[in-house]
Design a protein around this ligand. Structure first.
Ligand SMILES: Nc1nc2c(c(=O)[nH]1)N[C@H]1C(S)=C(S)[C@@H](COP(=O)(O)O)O[C@H]1N2
Ligand SMILES: [Mo]
Length: 411
């Protein structure tokens, strides 16, 4: 596997040279005049300039909640972007122009195989509405207890989108591939290469059972070919999983007995299995931590927003809730006193288990300060901790604590 990875990197380094002139490696300060700092639309052709740029290289670009709440299906021009490293020439909402893209299927299978994007396009497609959420979403909240390493994402490293593509199980059938009983995981490799050659390639393993049940090789996002920046021409999409597991620019799937020992799978993108004290160190291993796979149940208030000044009197509190799609949501409760008393909100269930559901409720606001909170619970009883810090972890993954929103009401 190593050997192949080296070859792949060498190959891509050549193509990177060819495209370097085309702003393929974005964000270097010298690309911009001093008065024109990086904004999302300069970094990625087609993105909305109002997005929050945490990092220009690699991209860590967040959707402000003000924009997120405007649509039920998050348009691609406002959808957040997170790259650990990028594929050359992918800084655009245009689909990639590589028409000869193949995905290899190797490892514990009767014989290695490969399928072209052109073949995938001819197969029956399924559509999945789902929440795409970075496992670092909400990280900023962890830092209230102790610094968490990484971009201080607030709540907008997520969106509700529609992916369309071919189920992995159908592809195995079409290729007549038999996966060995020893295979427990499928590892997805992206074709992007690390900016420092000595760094690890980007790949992730997910449990085979969920992959066969849920995963798609997605070709379309919100009805259009997947934009290059979001992983086109083909992306592994597993509904209900954190976005990091949705490997962009999919080059290969390996069927394996164990999770890969790749740095992105073992050294990060995991949370400790049992709580640790905020601020303490943690050495990740497969035996003491869980990969950022299925998303924790949570909700996010989209109106009002933190710091809003609103009219006293009638106020509608609304937002979105979601989980890993394993069971429907049960309810969302809203508090106007920072979490002491709760009232049940109206919950409009999404037809898709993996998409977000909207909640709303009306409250009477007295003049002065109000601290709202919202908490979702699903039919498996999985809910959000009032003190989200019990899940504190050094890199601030998988925040699912109750969110508090402070507003001021005036007459
Ligand atoms: N090949 C590849 N896939 C990747 C990444 C990456 O760096 N390379 N980043 C992951 C992470 S951490 C996230 S949060 C999502 C972001 O998806 P988006 O940029 O389409 O919003 O892509 C995931 N897939
Ligand atoms: Mo992420």
């Amino acid at each position: 596997m190593r050997r192949f990875n080296m070859q792949r990197r060498e190959f891509l380094r050549h193509s990177a040279v060819a495209t370097a002139a085309g702003l393929s490696v974005p964000g270097g300060p010298r690309l911009f005049a001093a008065d024109k700092g990086p904004n999302a639309s300069r970094l990625i052709a087609g993105k909305d300039p109002r997005l929050i740029v945490h990092n220009a290289n690699p991209f860590e670009i967040e959707t402000p909640l003000k924009l997120l709440r405007e649509s039920n299906i998050t348009p691609v021009d406002v959808l957040f972007v997170r790259n650990n490293q990028s594929l050359p020439s992918s800084a655009t909402l245009q689909p990639p122009s590589d028409l000869a893209w193949n995905v290899e299927l190797t490892g514990l299978v009767n014989q290695p195989a490969s399928i072209a994007v052109e073949q995938l396009k001819q197969m029956d497609q399924v559509e999945r509405e789902l929440v795409l959420q970075c496992s670092g979403n909400g990280r900023a909240a962890f830092s209230q207890a102790a610094p968490a390493k990484g971009a201080p994402w607030q709540c907008g490293a997520m969106g509700n989108v529609i992916f369309k593509g071919v189920p992995l199980s159908a592809i195995l059938g079409r290729l007549k591939l038999k996966v060995s009983r020893d295979a427990q995981f499928v590892t997805a490799e992206g074709r992007d290469t690390p900016s420092k050659p000595q760094d690890a390639d980007f790949e992730h393993s997910i449990p085979l059972a969920d992959a066969l049940d849920r995963s798609l090789l997605a070709l379309m996002l919100n009805g259009e070919p997947i934009p290059a920046v979001h992983g086109g021409p083909v992306r592994l999409v597993t509904p209900g999983y954190y976005a990091t597991m949705n490997v962009k620019w999919l080059g290969r799937l390996r069927f394996e007995a164990r999770e890969t020992d790749n740095y992105h799978q073992v050294g990060r993108y995991r949370t400790p299995r049992t709580p640790i004290d905020p601020g303490s160190e943690f050495s990740y291993g497969l035996e003491n931590s869980d990969a950022n796979w299925r998303m924790r149940t949570k909700c996010v208030i989209l109106s009002p927003l933190e710091g809003d000044i609103v009219r006293a009197g009638d106020c509608e509190v609304r937002g979105v809730a979601f989980n890993d799609g394993t069971a429907p949501l049960e309810s969302v409760a809203v508090s106007c006193d920072g979490g002491a008393a709760w009232q049940k909100a109206e919950l409009i269930q999404n037809k898709s288990l993996y998409g977000w559901s909207h909640f709303k409720t009306n409250v009477k606001l007295l003049p002065g300060k109000t601290r709202f909170a919202a908490r979702a619970i699903d039919r498996l009883g999985r809910t959000q901790p009032l003190d989200g810090q019990i899940h504190w972890n050094p890199a601030g993954y998988a925040w699912s604590g109750v969110q508090f929103v402070n507003v001021t009401a005036t007459n």
